[in-house]
Every structure is written in structure tokens, then in C-alpha cells.
Write a protein that binds this ligand. Structure first.
Ligand code: ADP
Ligand code: MG
Length: 643
């Protein structure tokens, strides 16, 4: 005789119970041949369900040997066990254990997913099975829309989906009324007639009588066994092909399952999405605004000219002050002859109240040389700048910044040729400067007037030395050489280092660093919100795993391997984070664009968006992995027992 289909040899299953242990199964030995219809009968608590879990490979015995088709299952790893379950057993549970969010068809089709059957074939077979069990009309209903008897028939259809040769039914009629119970029993008989092995678990002798063989259990032991009925087993119906699904099919299935699960909980999904969206949007918008600010500052500083050296009085380390009398016009004249220097303008500034008629206007005044427009790259828009002859001749002429011109001459007529009182001395307006806009620090660069330095010394400032000298070098690549030449000359003239030289390139560098710090700061604040979004994802995934523990159990019982579960939950997290990331980028760009239209300067670059998206994605993978691993690591029995 060939090996029995199922063979238990002195199998025990103990549960720890405080210091002692409960022996739910106590050295049970049992052989079941293919094609039997056997009832396991016993009072509540005698170990029937424990036995069924062991038989169905949902649980492992504590001791003893369990063989399926002669194969010792204790030697099998988790994945092989999963395929053994999938190909050998169909489970019918007392409480149906259907997935509440899936239709009857999808519930029935579930085991075939893990057997690699393509969607269309799966659905067709599921519908055919439902039709066979009289549920053709109910194929699209969810479990909640079905009666108990109908739900149990759905679960029987599921047990038949992979054409399992063994049907394990644990109190299948326990939750049903008598009529539905009779229908279910009739169905089991019919399946037996088709050649399947039926193992029916019940506490009710009347139900057990439907079987050919009755095994009575008491306190975890076999009390009596009516023995197998000798007869030739019916041939098994042809099984649909079953195999491992390809990786692509697996991904596709996981993706569609993820979408189904997310749709089943729209509100929660939206809230989770929101966390990720806001995080990513914050990063994108903040970086755009930060970069915009930086670009602005740099543009304005470079507009000043990167080929300038600024000489100020005062020893290095001392705060430069215009009151130090170390920079003279003779110094400036000498600097003009240094090689590499294009032009030099000594300056002295202060504030002053201008008057035109009865209009008073307070502004900055600067005494400069005639080459100031060249040095500062700041041409006049109207009229002319004063000449060297004006400077040498102490001429009372003035050039107005555009803001001053607008304020002092609001009538719209040209200010050229008109007079402005500076400290009660009339100055003739000879020119108006082109507009330069605000400095990076917000002050208006056009709120200024320029007069010849000599006239300023005499009439306005009352001092005879410059508060700074601006040196324009010919070639910006030679700026370092020019800087040392300037230094050397001044050192030779002063015999001491009572001055400071800075070049605008270094100022630019400093400003750029400051702005970078600012951008990083903005970015980190945004990154934190992204992290918070990620934690939200983890939270939701944990809740989702806990909530769906039974579903995980059902999937495992129908053949899902650890990696199937892992993949499903990971993909759920990844879908949320991916979608959240993409929407976040859209929202971020949109809000930065709104800010831009409100006057804030923004600069878009793909990097922050890419970075934020990858962050969201990685967060999704990481934070989704932990709950997914928790789900996948669960014992099928424990998962099924969860409430
Ligand atoms: P039945 O299905 O026949 O009613 P069970 O197989 O469910 O009985 O339980 C058999 C015995 O094992 C009972 O005494 C029960 O309390 C105990 N038992 C079942 N499952 C567990 C478990 N997970 N932990 C501890 N004890 C358990
Ligand atoms: Mg039970």
C-alpha cells in the first residue's frame, strides 16, 4: 500500500500557560488516506482546532512527526510550507475569514494569485466556482452584503480555487442555521464524491454522521476511531496548472492589491498622503525661494562689479571708520598708477538735507571723482556726469540718484540745469544717474546724490581725507596681483598697515556662503516636515497591518509566502509615498510660483524636487518596511486568531 496522504505519529502540541503548559494535543496518531471523508468529533476545547492547524501546516507540532504524502513537514522551510498549503489544502473556517474589502469573486480568486494564475483566468474560475455553489448572482457582493450561509459558500469556493485535494473544514456549520448548514454539508459530500479528501471538524455528532469515518477526540487524545472505509478512491479532477508567479506578475498583483487596500480606506489614505505632500512641497518651495534669494543677492553684488578693490582706512581687524585720516587724495592719485589698475575713485559720504523751493529731502551725499561712473559701472541716464575740471575747480555741481530726482522734482520736468540747495549752497544739477534698484540688504541705492569730492571737502564734509577708495582693476583674473600691488604701494606710502583692502569677489563669496546657510536652514526645516510625513506613513502602515492581521492570516493560509506579504505592504507604503511625492512636487512648484507672482524671487532647479521625491520614496521604503516585516513575520495561526 502506498503512503497515506496524511500521517500523524505521536503528535503533541503544547501551549505555555504560566509555569505549566497546556497539552492541546497529546500524542495523537492518525492516518488519513486520499479520498476519505473523516469527521474529527469532540467537545469544545478538546484540541480540534489545534489539530486542524497542525494538519493544515498553519502550525507546527511541539513533538511527534507529521507527514504529508510521506514528507516530514518539520523539515520544510516557510516558503515550501506555503506552497504545500497552497497546493494541498483548502480551508473552510467557522467564521468564514473572508476579506471584508474584497468582492466575493476576489475572495474566491485569492489563492490563485499565489499560484500564479493570470487575472482573467482567475476571475473566470472564481465566477465558475461561485456559480457552481449557487452564488452566480452574488459574485460582485462584499462579504458584509451576504448572509452567513452565502459567506460560508464563498469560503468553500475559495477552498476549491486551487483545486486542493484536501478540504479542511473547522466547524463549517457552527455559525449557520440548520438549513444553510445542511447545504454546506451537502456540498462537502459532493466534493468528496469528486474524489477530494474531506476533513470535517465538529462538536456535533449529528453532523459528524455525514462523514464515512468518525474520530473522537477528548482532552487532546484520540478516544476512538471508527476506522477507514475500504473502497477504491474516486479519481481526482484535473488540477489547473499551478506554479510560482513571475516577479512581474507578483509586482502587478501587489500593486493592484495596494490600490484596493488604499481605496478601501480613502480618508486615512488622504491624510497620510497629505503628510508626505506637505513635506515634499515644503522642501521644493523653500529651496526655490532660498535659491531665488541667493541668485538675487549674487546678481546685485555682481552688478556692482566683481573687479573692484575697496580700500578703507583703519588697521586690519579694526572696524573701518571714515573718521580715520589715513587715506588721502594723494594716495588715490598714486593708486591710479599701479599696474593693472584701470580707474580709481576716492569717496567720502555723509547725509544731508537737500532743498528745492520749499521741498526738503534728506538723503545720502557722496563726494567722488569724475571717473566714478566708470569705476562703479553706473552711467548717467540724463545729462552728464561732472568732469575732472569740475572736480579740480571745486564746481558746485550735483548728480542726482533717480529716487532723489523723482522726490525733489515731482513736476516731471527735467531737473537738469535747476538748482538744489546743499547746506544753503546752490548746486546745479548736471545729471541724473540710471536706476540701480535696492541693495541686497534692502536699502535704495538710488537714494543718493553725488558731488565733486573737492567741493564736498570744502562745503559739506569739512574734512580733507577719503573715507574709502574704490579701485577698478583691468582684468578680474589678475585681481589678486592688483590687490597685493595696491597693498604694497599703500604700505610704502604709509609705513604702516593702517588700511584694509577687500575685493568684491571675496564679498561675493561671503554673501554666497551666507545665502547657502540660509537655504540649508530653510531646507532642513522642510526636511523635518518630510520626516514627520514619513513617520505618519509608518504609523498608518502599522495600524493597517494590525487591522488586517486576519487578512494576512487568510493570505498565508491560502499560500502567500513571507515575501508576498512583505511585497504587498511595502508596495502600499511606496505607492503612498510615490504619489505623495509627485503631488508634493506639483504643490511645491505651484506655491513657489504663487510666491513669485507675489514678488518673492524664486529659482527653480530640478535638484530639490528630485531630492525631496527620493527622500519621500526612501522614507516610504524604510518606514513601510518595518510594519511590512512585522506582518510577514507573523505565524499564520496567530494571524488568523487575531480579532
Ligand atoms: P477546540 O477547537 O476543540 O475547541 P482548541 O484546539 O481551540 O479546542 O483548544 C484546545 C486547548 O488548547 C484549549 O484548552 C485551549 O484553551 C488551548 N489553546 C488553544 N490555542 C491556544 C493558544 N494559542 N494558547 C494557549 N492555549 C491555547
Ligand atoms: Mg475550535
Amino acid at each position: 500500500m502506498s503512503a497515506p496522504l496524511i500521517e500523524l505519529a505521536a503528535v503533541s502540541r503544547c501551549y505555555p500557560n504560566g509555569d505549566s503548559e497546556v497539552r492541546a494535543l497529546d500524542e495523537v496518531s492518525l492516518r488519513i488516506a486520499q479520498g476519505e471523508f473523516i469527521a474529527l468529533l469532540g467537545p469544545s476545547g478538546c484540541g480540534k482546532s489545534t489539530l486542524m492547524n497542525v494538519l493544515g501546516c498553519l502550525d507546527r507540532p511541539s513533538s511527534g512527526v507529521y507527514r504529508v504524502n510521506g514528507q516530514d513537514v518539520s523539515a520544510l522551510d516557510a516558503d515550501t510550507l506555503a506552497s504545500l498549503r497552497r497546493d494541498t489544502f483548502g480551508f473552510v473556517f467557522q467564521r468564514y475569514n473572508l476579506i471584508a474589502t474584497a468582492s466575493a469573486t476576489d475572495n474566491v480568486a485569492l489563492p490563485a494569485i499565489y499560484a500564479g494564475l493570470p487575472l482573467a483566468a482567475r476571475q473566470a474560475r472564481a465566477r465558475a466556482l461561485l456559480a457552481k455553489l449557487g452564488l452566480a448572482e452574488r459574485a460582485g457582493h462584499r462579504p458584509g452584503q451576504l448572509s452567513g450561509g452565502q459567506q460560508q459558500r464563498v469560503s468553500i469556493a475559495r477552498a476549491l480555487m486551487n483545486d486542493a485535494p484536501v478540504v479542511l473544514a473547522d466547524e463549517p456549520t457552527g455559525a449557520l442555521d440548520t438549513r444553510s448548514g445542511q447545504e454546506v454539508l451537502a456540498l462537502l459530500k459532493q466534493l468528496h464524491g469528486e474524489g477530494r479528501t474531506i476533513i470535517l471538524i465538529t462538536h456535533d455528532l449529528d453532523i459528524a454522521r455525514h462523514a464515512e469515518r468518525i474520530v473522537r477526540l477528548r482532552d487532546g487524545r484520540v478516544e476512538s476511531d471508527s476506522g477507514p472505509v475500504a473502497r477504491a478512491p474516486a479519481p481526482l479532477p484535473a488540477r489547473p496548472p499551478s506554479g510560482q508567479p513571475s516577479l512581474r506578475a507578483e509586482l502587478g498583483e501587489s500593486l493592484s492589491m495596494a490600490f484596493t487596500a488604499l481605496r478601501a480606506n480613502v480618508f486615512r489614505t488622504v491624510l497620510t498622503l497629505l503628510g508626505v505632500i506637505i513635506g515634499v512641497a515644503a522642501v521644493v518651495a523653500m529651496m526655490a525661494i532660498g535659491d531665488g534669494g541667493k541668485r538675487d543677492v549674487l546678481a546685485r553684488i555682481s552688478a556692482m562689479g566683481t573687479n573692484l578693490l575697496l580700500v578703507r582706512p583703519g588697521a586690519p581687524g579694526v572696524r573701518p571708520s571714515g573718521e580715520l585720516a589715513s587715506l588721502t587724495l594723494a594716495d588715490a592719485a598714486a593708486l591710479e598708477k599701479v599696474s593693472g589698475v584701470e580707474a580709481v575713485s576716492p569717496e567720502r559720504g555723509g547725509s544731508v538735507t537737500l532743498r528745492v523751493g520749499n521741498l526738503d529731502y534728506r538723503t545720502q551725499i557722496k563726494g567722488v571723482w569724475a571717473n566714478y561712473p566708470q569705476v562703479r559701472d553706473w552711467p548717467v541716464a540724463e545729462g552728464m556726469f561732472f568732469s575732472k575740471a569740475d572736480v579740480d575747480g571745486y564746481a558746485p555741481v550735483i548728480v542726482l540718484g533717480s529716487t532723489v530726482a523723482d522726490s525733489l522734482f515731482p513736476d516731471g520736468r527735467s531737473p537738469l540745469g535747476r538748482y538744489v540747495l546743499v547746506k544753503n549752497v546752490p548746486f546745479e544739477v548736471v545729471g541724473v544717474l540710471s536706476s540701480k534698484g535696492a541693495t541686497p540688504f534692502g536699502s535704495d541705492q538710488d537714494d543718493i546724490v553725488l558731488i565733486p569730492l573737492t567741493t564736498g571737502f570744502m562745503r559739506v564734509f569739512g574734512k580733507q581725507y577719503a573715507s574709502s577708495v574704490t579701485v577698478r582693476v583691468k582684468d578680474v583674473s589678475q585681481i589678486d596681483a592688483a590687490e597685493s600691488a595696491v597693498r604694497e604701494l599703500l604700505l610704502a606710502r604709509h609705513q604702516t598697515e593702517d588700511f584694509q583692502v577687500r575685493n568684491t569677489a571675496s564679498i561675493l563669496e561671503t554673501a554666497s556662503e551666507t545665502q547657502n546657510t540660509l537655504t540649508v536652514l530653510l531646507g532642513s526645516v522642510a526636511a523635518i516636515s518630510l520626516l514627520v510625513g514619513g513617520i505618519g506613513v509608518m504609523n498608518i502602515m502599522l495600524v493597517s497591518v494590525t487591522e488586517r492581521t486576519r487578512e494576512i492570516g487568510v493570505r498565508m493560509a491560502t499560500g502567500a509566502r513571507m515575501r508576498d506579504i512583505l511585497l504587498q505592504f511595502n508596495i502600499e507604503a511606496i505607492v503612498v509615498c510615490g504619489a505623495g511625492g509627485a503631488l508634493g512636487i506639483v504643490l511645491g512648484v505651484l506655491s513657489a510660483w504663487l510666491a513669485a507672482s507675489a514678488g518673492v524671487s524664486v529659482a527653480f532647479s530640478p535638484w530639490p524636487a528630485l531630492l525631496a521625491f527620493s527622500c519621500a520614496f526612501v522614507t516610504g521604503c524604510v518606514f513601510g518596511y518595518l510594519p511590512a516585516r512585522k506582518a510577514a513575520g507573523m505565524d499564520p495561526v496567530q494571524a488568523l486568531a487575531a480579532e
